[in-house]
Design a binder for this molecule. Structure first.
Ligand code: FES
Length: 353
C-alpha cells in the first residue's frame, strides 16, 4: 500500500500540479504501477454487450430483486450486487460496475468508488487460487511479512502478480478479522492456517508457518482441476452464516418499518405574544414534517412546515404547551421527536443608548 500511495503522490505532483504545462492526454502520462507494481494491473475490458448478456439473466435478476428487498434503499445493496458481478466474472469489469449502479439506483461514480475501496473486489482476472495475506498490525507482529516473502519466493511472483500458469495470485490485504489466529491468509473464500488431507483447516491454536504454507500450496495443486464451488454470495466462508442474501442465510427480507428515518432532533419551543415558535434540526431525507400539540391525552396535528423551513409558529401556542414533530421519508415514518415544553421567549436585550 505504501508504495502505491508514494507512487500516486509522485504521479500527481509530477503531472498535475504543474499548471503551466499543457495538458497531456491521459494515456501519455507515466503509469505509477509500472514503477511501483500493480495490485490490479489494467486489463482490456470485455465488450459491453458481452457483460450485459451475462448479467441480464432471469436468475441474476431474481437474485438482485431478492437482495434489494432486504434493504431500505437500493444503494445499501450495492456491495452485494457488486459481489454478484464478481461471482459471474471472477472480477468486476467496469461495465459490470455501471450495471450494479443501475440496479441499485446510484451514480456509477459512487459504485466505482465503492468497488475500488475494498480489496475484496478484483479489477483484473486473478489466478484460480487467490492467496490473500493480512498485512495488518497483529499479523505483522506475528510474522506475516516473512511468510509473504516465503510464498512470493516459493511461487516466484511478487504481491499483485499471477503465476504464468494462471494458478496463483498473491495479494496483501487489510485485517481479515481473524487476528487471534494470525498471521492469517485466505485461499479464495476460506481462512486457512493448514491443510489436512482433503481440506483446508483453521484449527484453534494453530498458526500459519512455512511448513503449513507448503501443505496449503500442495492442497491447491491437488485441487487445481476441482476447486470447491463457492456460492457467489459467500455463503460458504467457513464458520459463518454468509451474507444476508446468501442462499440459506438466516436474514429475512426487509420489513416495512425496519431502519426508519432519523427523528426530528433538538425541537425547542418558545412563546411570546405572537404565539409559540418551534425550531428543530431536520435531515435532508425528510419529505414531510408534521407538528403535533398535546391536547389532554391526545396529540393533535397543528401544522406542516416545509422540510427546509427552520421555524414554525403556532399562533395559539403559550408557555407550558407541549409539542412534538414527526418526520416522514418517502413511505417511512420516523419515531416522534422528543417532546418540547414551551418556555417563555427571553425579552430582547436593550441596547444601552
Ligand atoms: S490483523 Fe490480521 S487478521 Fe486482523
Amino acid at each position: 500500500m505504501r508504495e502505491h500511495i508514494t507512487g500516486a503522490v509522485q504521479f500527481v505532483s509530477n503531472n498535475h500540479l504543474k499548471f503551466d504545462r499543457p495538458a497531456q492526454p491521459i494515456d501519455a502520462l507515466p503509469d505509477p504501477g509500472q514503477k511501483f507494481g500493480y495490485v490490479n494491473k489494467p486489463v482490456p475490458q470485455p465488450p459491453t454487450a458481452e457483460v450485459l448478456a451475462k448479467l441480464n439473466t432471469p436468475e441474476i435478476k431474481e437474485r438482485c430483486a431478492d437482495l434489494l428487498s432486504r434493504y431500505p434503499v437500493g444503494q445499501a445493496a450495492l456491495l452485494e450486487v457488486l459481489w454478484l458481478v464478481q461471482g459471474v466474472f471472477g472480477w468486476v469489469p467496469r461495465e459490470g460496475i455501471r450495471w450494479a449502479a443501475n440496479v441499485c439506483g446510484c451514480a456509477p461514480a459512487h459504485a466505482l468508488g465503492v468497488a475500488t475501496f475494498y480489496t475484496m473486489y478484483n479489477h483484473a482476472p486473478k489466478g484460480k487460487f487467490l492467496l490473500q495475506f493480512c498485512r495488518n498490525i497483529s499479523c505483522t507482529i506475528k510474522g506475516a511479512p516473512s511468510l509473504i516473502a516465503y510464498v512470493e519466493h516459493a511461487l516466484n511472483i511478487k504481491t499483485g502478480e499471477t503465476t504464468p500458469d494462471g494458478l496463483f495470485t498473491i495479494l496483501q490485504v487489510e485485517c481479515l478479522g481473524s487476528c487471534g489466529n494470525g498471521p492469517m491468509m485466505l485461499v479464495n473464500d476460506d481462512f486457512a492456517t493448514d491443510a489436512d488431507g482433503d481440506v483446508l483447516t483453521m484449527k484453534p491454536g494453530t498458526k500459519l508457518t512455512t511448513d503449513s504454507i507448503d501443505r496449503i500450496l500442495k492442497w491447491c495443486y491437488a485441487h487445481e482441476d476441482n476447486i470447491p464451488k463457492h456460492d457467489v454470495l459467500g455463503g460458504t466462508v467457513k464458520g459463518h452464516c454468509g451474507h444476508p442474501g446468501a442462499p440459506g442465510a438466516i436474514a429475512k427480507p426487509q420489513v416495512a418499518d425496519y431502519a426508519p428515518p432519523s427523528p426530528v432532533l433538538n425541537v425547542k419551543s418558545e412563546a411570546d405574544e405572537t404565539g409559540a415558535t418551534l425550531t428543530w434540526k431536520g435531515a435532508p431525507e425528510f419529505t414531510k414534517i408534521v407538528v403535533e400539540k398535546k391536547n389532554g391525552n391526545d396529540w393533535v396535528a397543528v401544522g406542516e412546515p416545509g422540510v427546509k423551513d427552520k421555524a414554525f409558529v403556532d399562533p395559539n401556542g403559550k408557555v407550558g404547551d407541549e409539542y412534538r414533530m414527526i418526520a416522514t421519508s418517502g413511505e417511512r415514518v420516523a419515531k416522534p421527536s422528543a417532546v418540547a415544553v414551551t418556555k417563555q421567549k427571553p425579552a430582547p436585550e436593550q441596547k444601552a443608548v
